[in-house]
Design a protein around this ligand. Structure first.
Ligand SMILES: [Zn+2]
Length: 271
């Protein structure tokens, strides 16, 4: 585990499919954790006078599929560098006809349909974190402000259902999720969000719609090729939005995430 007196980074971006690099001229470091190795080396840059860590969720070259990502190592590594606020761009399928490919959504809720993933750091003791609002309220505001400033249309709110994958949904599953009122489907948003919360780190998802999910368009089904193509077309736009958002993240945290663990007795010391 790497611990530093001066934080190596205070902000972080976890890049998803198609988003493997934040800035080209970044310092690369490897970080080990009690949970094993993160998805890849972490790069460090200075953006707007603040230190920013970047970790590609699937590793460079997309080596790690969603169900094999070591989410605990990823979040622990970032926290150990000093990171307290995370932006998490991700590719999503849309469950709503009005949210077409290329749409940016800032979800406000998630539903966990994954299975068998390690989703807590607290294997001992009684540590139950509040997760009613899974995303940082101030982080969400920052993304929406940045979207307005950069002329990016962004939808405020929506529920993201996180499926186990790596397969895409059946039509019936997709129709069921849509009927429940949910907007987006994704494979990595959980347990990433809850692990950040368990470490009292702010976490904000920024979802890019790459396709309509299987049950939404009667004639189409999702293909991996289509997903990666839409992501490639929109990566620069998403990168610009992320960079603008970093600049707007609070300098001092006054959100609930920061005090999530207040008064709880932790079975170990946080990094
Ligand atoms: Zn927060």
């Amino acid at each position: 585990m790497t611990t530093t007196a001066t934080p190596a980074a205070e902000l972080a971006v976890i890049g998803g499919s198609g988003f493997y690099e934040l800035l080209a001229d970044a310092e690369r470091i490897t970080v080990d954790t009690p949970y094993g190795e993160p998805s890849d080396a972490i790069t460090l840059s200075e953006i707007g006078g603040r230190r920013v860590a970047f970790l590609p969720r699937h590793g460079r070259g997309h080596a790690v599929p969603p169900h094999r990502i070591n989410y605990r190592a990823n979040l622990w590594a970032l926290r150990s560098l000093g990171v307290r606020q995370i932006l998490a761009p991700c590719a999503v399928g849309s469950l709503r006809p009005e949210l077409g490919p290329g749409t940016v959504v800032v979800p406000d809720q998630l539903v966990d349909r994954t299975s068998g993933r390690a989703q807590t750091y607290y294997e001992r003791g009684a540590v139950h974190v509040s997760f009613a609002d899974p995303y940082c309220a101030h982080g969400r505001e920052a993304v929406l402000e940045a979207a307005a400033a950069t002329g990016t249309e962004a939808t405020d709110g929506g529920t993201m259902v996180v499926i186990q994958g790596p397969r895409f949904s059946t039509r019936a599953e997709s129709q069921w999720y849509a009927a429940a009122g949910w907007s987006l489907v994704n494979m990595t948003g959980h347990p990433e969000a809850v692990l950040a919360r368990e470490l009292a780190v702010c976490y904000t998802a920024v979802a890019l719609v790459t396709d309509h999910d299987a049950g939404i368009d009667a004639h189409q089904s999702v293909s991996q090729e289509e997903v990666f193509k839409v992501f490639a077309q929109n990566t620069e736009r998403l990168r610009a939005l992320v960079l603008e958002t970093l600049d707007r993240l609070p300098k001092e945290r006054t959100c609930g995430c920061a005090v999530t663990l207040a008064g709880l007795e932790l079975p170990f010391e946080l990094p």
